[in-house]
Design a protein around this ligand. Structure first.
Ligand SMILES: [Zn+2]
Length: 472
């Protein structure tokens, strides 16, 4: 298996003209590109996709993502319907999986573009987004709290928001969908109806000086405004992003419409990644969805450094379970005390070591992709032991939260709680030794280290988002 930093995916974007592909790093960087012509024959498309993957393949590639025009059942990896390129008759995901022995995902092309825009483009930093791709037709995708909204399977077909029941017919079988009124195809029809010269572009209309141009732009953007207002009212997203070949022009045309202040207002922006959004999003989504090992947040720090409070708050904010060293060890100490056996410090260390092993054995047995918080002071054990346990448990990502407090505070906290603790823990006399330990202890530094001063309030939500961001 490749080191985590070298892991990449191949993202593919299937369009009506081109099949675009790129090898994508975990941070969304494009490492290599390839492309081929599109074709209406799905078998020809699949053969060309295989050629593109062969061209871009590399030992670091762990997953393949394919953005498909049309309705896709993401969960089952099946294309349900398409347009010019219709892959609904063939088993694209399975055949790519068999050919390349990698994890393969399929999703609607606009949802893939939305993943990229949210991570690196116009929606960076936002969690609640909608994307409309304005091209030959109008595609769409919705993101809620950072996740693509799918409904039963195909949610986000925003081109079929109804904006005028008396409008022109739509491919979906109804009339007056926004796709039928504000797509590139609809703009061409509006220009013909206004007797504008053939080949006039949206950019030329926007630059002004074409008689009748403003009216055509208003007729084109008006229905889009209504669709966006409907999205605003139903989703309350932070931003609506307009992508596709005419995203920028549509955003400019919308900005010229008279202001209709109302309850539902969402900022509308043009997409930032252009044609690359599809391949970047497909690569990132494939990396997100691939089967993976566990992720662990080590909450480390000397005894009484405030670890358990930090681990508990982080668990509350995320739902990640806490595997605490004391949680494992305490029942043993209680049973041993009840049996009237003394627990000397050397034996306490043995119990500690056994407890670490129990925690990592549980992590090794946890379902794929589990994220867990380990609340334990690791300083009494050799670094090699932790390294070996992490590897044996198949842990792929480690973040360490290093809990600190001034040595005097740590010693005082320890004294205050020493009376209440089970036999087997060192008594209050340990506080002085602990003060010296707190002054020289340091984190392990296996992965990213976050230092938390436990005398200050702990913001679990921000910390959780930061950790989750570091794993992409
Ligand atoms: Zn429709």
């Amino acid at each position: 298996m490749s080191p985590a930093s070298d892991v990449s995916a191949i993202g593919i974007d299937i369009g009506g003209t081109h099949l675009r592909a790129a090898r994508i790093a975990r941070d969304g960087t494009i490492l290599a590109r390839a492309r081929a012509a599109s074709d209406p024959d799905p078998e020809v498309v699949l053969a060309r996709l295989i050629g593109l993957v062969v061209e871009l393949d590399d030992p670091g590639v762990v997953a393949i993502g394919v953005g498909v025009p049309g309705r896709v059942d993401f969960t089952h990896g099946v294309v349900l319907s398409g347009g010019y390129v219709d892959l609904s008759g063939i088993d694209v995901a399975d055949r790519l999986k068999r050919r390349f022995c990698r994890s393969v995902i399929l999703d609607n092309d606009a949802s893939m573009a939305l993943v990229a825009e949210a991570r690196l483009g116009a929606g960076r930093g936002a969690q609640h987004l909608a994307l409309l791709t304005i091209g030959t037709g109008i595609g769409g995708g919705i993101m809620e709290a950072g996740r693509i909204v799918r409904g039963r399977a195909t949610a986000g077909q925003l081109g079929h928001i109804l904006v005028d029941p008396a409008g022109p017919p739509c491919l979906c079988g109804r009339a007056g969908c926004v796709e039928a009124m504000s797509s590139g195809t609809a703009l061409a029809r509006l220009m013909r109806a206004a007797d504008l010269p053939a080949g006039t572009t949206a950019a030329e209309l926007l630059s002004g000086g074409i008689e009748g141009g403003e009216a055509v732009l208003a007729a084109w953007a008006g229905p889009l405004r209504r669709a966006i207002d409907t999205l605003s009212a139903s989703l309350d997203c932070e931003l609506v992003i307009l992508g596709g070949g005419l995203g920028q022009e549509a955003a400019e045309a919308l900005a010229r419409l008279p202001d209709a202040a109302g309850w539902y207002e969402t900022e509308v922006v043009a997409a930032a990644l252009g044609d690359d959004a599809g391949v970047i999003g497909a690569g990132l989504a494939a990396l997100d969805a691939r089967p993976r090992g566990c992720r662990v947040v080590l909450v480390n720090g000397v005894p009484a450094s405030g670890k358990s409070r930090v681990a508990g708050a982080l668990s509350q904010a995320t739902g990640w379970p806490v595997y605490g060293l004391d949680t494992v060890k305490e029942p043993f100490l209680n049973e041993i005390a009840a049996a009237g056996r003394p627990v000397e410090r050397p034996f306490n260390r043995v119990l500690g070591r056994a407890s670490y092993r129990a925690i990592f054995a549980l992590l090794a047995a946890a379902p794929e992709g589990t994220t867990a918080i380990v609340d334990a002071w690791f300083g009494f054990q050799p670094r090699e032991m932790l390294e070996e346990m992490l590897a044996a448990a198949g842990i792929e990502d480690v973040v360490e939260i290093w809990c600190t407090a001034p040595p005097e505070t740590v010693a005082a906290r320890y004294r205050a709680r020493a009376e209440r603790r089970t036999a087997g823990h060192p008594g209050p006399e340990y506080a002085d030794e602990l003060r010296d330990l707190a002054a020289r202890a340091a984190p392990f530094g296996f992965g990213l280290v976050l230092v938390v001063d436990t005398t200050a309030p702990f913001d679990a939500g921000t910390t959780a988002r930061f950790i989750a961001g570091s794993w992409h």
